[in-house]
Design a protein around this ligand. Structure first.
Ligand SMILES: Nc1nc2c(ncn2[C@@H]2O[C@H](COP(=O)(O)OP(=O)(O)OP(=O)(O)O)[C@@H](O)[C@H]2O)c(=O)[nH]1
Length: 595
């Protein structure tokens, strides 16, 4: 989460508002003082902060507020709206067009993070199924082409550049022409940077612009300079008819608020935020969603947009439709689960997906600076393992025509074929059983009546729908979604028709119990009983199992014989078998299901 410090301060101020019994002018003034202090500390221009304060005061007139009006909500809404205004340029950014060549030219000062951001940008679109490529027209910095080439190779994105040609305009023109003729949809052009806004830089930018006729010019700007970037942003905005801005290096930088508000003040729309040096460290920027996440309210809208953008991939919509049809009948196959997992992975790092969901503390996914990578990797690794195991299944097995639970030999064969342990395959089957159970109950409810069906049911019998939802979904997951009401809102927002992301969303939740216990090194009574449940399931069922908390010894006594029956790993309950089991099981505890 970028601007964590500012977010914490603002959230703290609003939380104090919740705990006061009476909301009067004194309370409002205290709140405004806290909010304004937090913004100034984040380097937001003092005049801008004063305008924000005035705006909130004008919106909240407590003296004339009609009786019965929720004053707390009124204040919160005003604060939220003014904060959104602070980072909103009021201009709509360029919308990428599917099926045609979108030429995006990147400009910026030297060292602002342009080349790195181009790689992140390419990664973002490629992951969503856009045909993406890069052209390096930076002939000014010696290592620029090598850097772009290296990034492109890692991302498996085609690139164009030259070690010998010194004319950036020619390279840009040739590269864009070639990729256009090959039908690439996102053609990204990197241009040279300079130490400061030089005439030469602007001249070169204009020449390249005239040669490649970009659909959008993206200005990359370093946030570490805080509000001082205003002149710079304005200069570029005017000189190169900049269409959008990407603000980089916002990770852990206290001055980020100043940079964001300064750019917004120039009227250029911010489209992404750079939050680190890795390819995944790029957050889509939308003023409302950004403030919502900053205040810890999640970003359901962003989540849904991300999910629906996956449906836009080739054939994605049709597949989702077909799945929706099956869900109406309460059917959910392993193949459906495969697609759901694939979708979740395409949404980006799991911690980012989680950050979009209301109420989910970012630290649980290691969302704070620095701590995220490991957990993301473990979670993604676990998903990939599941996909690999499913790759070793036959079509009949994936489509639910064969019950794998009845075929021990097939489980072992799948394990061998995917380099996994039979227990992992059983774990996968149990996870599938849980999903299937959930979709059996929820699918028909969600999708009955086609588009808008859930809304109609909700209007007719809200209590009944809520009740059914509470029964179908595990309590933790429901709690994270803001209770049955929150889930209803989410389903409404999804129009009841997109089976698409919901499974992915669920997948995130269902592993939570396992992850929690993994961290505590706990184990539960029903933990690794391969045939009946799994670690994630215990978490999902909300079991605490305190008394079995440190139950390694307790566990293995009765679980080992079970494993012997099912997978024939051991011949007795002697120490070696027990240790073998413990070491396998420990793998799951240390790398618990975090899908
Ligand atoms: N922490 C952090 N570092 C970043 C971010 N974006 C880029 N960087 C780092 O900033 C440095 C400069 O990035 P480059 O991509 O080489 O900069 P550039 O703008 O292409 O430089 P020129 O090609 O010389 O114009 C590199 O060390 C990047 O890893 C970000 O969002 N966060």
């Amino acid at each position: 989460m970028v601007l964590q410090e500012l977010g914490d301060k603002l959230t703290g101020a609003l939380r104090r508002l919740q705990t006061t019994t009476v909301v009067n002018d004194d309370v409002l003034n205290d709140l405004l003082q806290d909010v304004c202090r937090a913004l100034v500390e984040s380097d937001v221009n003092i005049k801008v902060v004063a305008t924000l304060r005035k705006g909130i005061k004008e919106k909240v007139n407590l003296a004339d507020a009609p009786a019965g009006l929720n004053r707390r909500k009124m204040v919160q809404r005003a604060v939220m709206e003014e904060l959104v205004r602070l980072v909103d340029s009021g201009t709509k950014p360029y919308q990428m067009k599917k099926g045609k060549s979108n030429v995006i030219m990147f400009v910026g000062l030297q060292g602002s993070g342009k080349t790195t951001t181009i790689a992140k940008y390419a990664n973002y679109y490629q992951r969503k199924g856009w045909k993406t490529c890069m052209v390096c027209a930076d002939t000014f910095r010696a290592g620029a082409f090598d850097q772009l080439k290296q990034n492109a190779t890692k991302l498996r994105v085609p690139f164009y550049g030259s070690y010998t040609e010194a004319d950036p305009v020619r390279i840009a023109e040739e590269g864009v022409q070639q990729f256009r003729s090959e039908g690439y949809e996102v053609i990204i052009v990197d241009t040279s940077g300079r130490h400061k806004q030089e005439e030469a830089l602007f001249e070169e930018m204009k020449e390249i612009q005239a040669a490649v006729r970009p659909d959008n010019v993206v200005y990359v700007m370093d946030a570490t300079q805080g509000q001082a970037v205003f002149d710079q942003a304005q200069g570029f905005h005017q000189a190169a008819t900049v269409g959008s801005v990407i603000v980089t290096k916002l990770d852990g930088h206290a001055k980020g608020g100043g940079a964001l508000s300064a750019v917004a003040a120039t009227g250029a729309p911010i489209i992404f935020l750079g939050s680190g040096e890795h390819f995944d460290d790029l957050d889509v920027f939308n003023p409302g969603s950004f403030i919502s996440r900053l205040l810890g309210l999640g970003d359901m809208r962003g989540f849904l947009e991300e999910v629906s953008s996956l449906g836009a991939r080739e054939g994605g919509k049709e597949r989702q439709e077909a799945m929706a049809q099956r869900l109406v009948k309460g059917q959910f196959t392993l193949r459906d689960m495969y697609e759901q997992f694939e979708n979740v992975m395409k949404l980006g790092p799991l911690s980012k997906v989680m950050g979009m969901l209301p109420g989910f503390p970012s630290f649980l996914m290691g969302g704070g600076e620095g701590g995220r990578g490991g957990q993301d990797e473990a979670a993604t690794g676990r998903l990939k393992r599941f996909l690999t195991m499913m790759d070793s299944m036959t079509d009949a097995e994936l489509d639910g025509k064969v019950d794998l639970n009845k075929s021990e030999s097939r489980v072992n064969r799948i394990a061998r074929g995917s380099g996994a342990h039979p227990m992992e395959v059983q774990f996968l089957l149990k996870t599938y059983a849980q999903f299937s159970q959930m979709f059996k109950k929820m699918g028909p409810m969600m999708l009955k009546g086609g588009e808008g069906g859930i809304q109609r049911q909700m209007a007719r019998n809200p209590g009944g729908v809520m009740n059914q939802l509470s029964k179908a979904v595990d309590p933790r997951m429901l709690q994270q979604m803001g209770g049955a009401k929150g889930m209803m809102d989410m389903m409404k927002a999804m129009g009841g028709g997109s089976g698409g992301g919901l499974g992915g969303h669920a997948a995130e939740r269902w592993g939570e119990g396992g992850r929690e216990r993994g961290r505590k090194g706990e184990w539960t009574r029903r933990g690794w009983n391969g045939s009946r449940t799994d670690a994630g399931a215990d978490g999902a069922n909300g079991r605490d199992d305190e008394k079995y908390g440190n139950g390694w010894r307790r566990e293995r006594k009765w679980r080992v014989p079970f494993l012997m029956n099912r997978t024939r790993w051991g011949y007795s309950t002697n120490k070696i078998t027990t240790m073998r089991f413990a070491s396998v099981a420990r793998q799951f505890v240390t790398c618990p299901l975090t899908i």
